[in-house]
Write a protein that binds this ligand. Structure first.
Ligand SMILES: C[S@@+](CC[C@H](N)C(=O)[O-])C[C@H]1O[C@@H](n2cnc3c(N)ncnc32)[C@H](O)[C@@H]1O
Length: 252
């Protein structure tokens, strides 16, 4: 299966997960917003927008009318869930139908580890940014427990497998420095994905990662092995550890 076939298949499940537990990734959204610092009047391009998670988080942070949010998503099975009020381009990430220097911000969250043609994709993002514009990328760090969970447990239980190429520290600084970006900054952000119950945690995880070949007990076991779950005896609320390596830089 190529990536488009895999993501066409996973898109529905991925979006079902967010509808089922819309607050599960709220700490990730907070981390993204801290890195992005959106400001009124900006045009923000969300690349690999999925079903609209990033776009909706952004509009909740800034007054909806104050920013223009454009979404690029290659898979229509994902983008069918992006609310109609956003402009959506179903194009490859390396060939986005927008003018040179037309956006203030490029955001790419939780997608880079799937992308092989990174040179073309990075060149395209640099082309689209205005001088002084910024790029923010957040993705799974190489060597992290999350990386092992994805390439081992998710790989075993997902029809298309999972073979992510995760982000080494310093890699994005090197790539964007080469492309003339300045003030490059990167750091690991660690937080939890949170759930109202253990059942919600297992169901969300099975859906978002497309682990359809696993029984709920196998998903729970994989979470225990890799993600340090915490279940409150008092409230029944559940969470597990997640992290993303974030990067930010400005086009000179
Ligand atoms: C895990 S989802 C992330 C979606 C969204 N940013 C979020 O955080 O919910 C991964 C995204 O990357 C896209 N994607 C995966 N592999 C890709 C590739 N090789 N080229 C372009 N996009 C890809 C998928 O279509 C999907 O939108």
């Amino acid at each position: 299966m190529n990536y488009k076939e895999i993501f066409d298949q996973r898109g529905q499940l991925y979006n079902d997960a967010h509808q089922f537990a819309p607050r599960a990734r709220h700490m990730e959204s907070d981390a993204m917003l801290r890195w992005l610092e959106p400001v009124g009047g900006e045009t923000i391009l969300v690349v690999a927008a999925g079903g609209g998670f990033d776009a909706v988080c952004l509009e909740q942070d800034v007054m909806p009318d104050a920013v223009s949010i454009l979404c690029v998503e290659p898979s229509t099975m994902f983008s069918d869930f992006i609310p109609d009020r956003f402009t959506v381009y179903n194009s490859p990430l390396e060939e986005i139908p927008l003018q040179d220097e037309s956006v203030d911000v490029v955001l790419n969250l939780a997608a880079l580890h799937h992308i092989e043609a990174r040179d073309c994709v990075f060149d395209e993002w640099a082309r689209l940014l205005k001088p002084g514009g910024r790029i923010v990328i957040g993705d799974v760090a190489a060597g992290s427990d999350n990386a092992a969970f994805l390439n081992e447990a998710v790989n075993a239980y997902t029809p298309g497998g999972h073979d992510g190429s995760f982000i080494e520290s310093g890699y994005l600084t090197k790539e964007f420095h080469m492309r003339g970006f300045i003030d490059c900054k990167e750091a690991l952000e660690s937080y939890q994905w949170t759930f109202e119950s253990e059942d919600e945690m297992v169901t969300f995880s099975r859906l978002i990662f497309g682990m359809v070949n696993a029984q709920p007990l196998q998903v729970a076991d994989a979470i225990r092995r890799y993600l340090n779950p915490q279940i409150s005896v008092k409230t029944g609320e559940a969470s597990y550890d997640w992290s993303l390596h974030f990067f930010k830089a400005y086009k000179s």
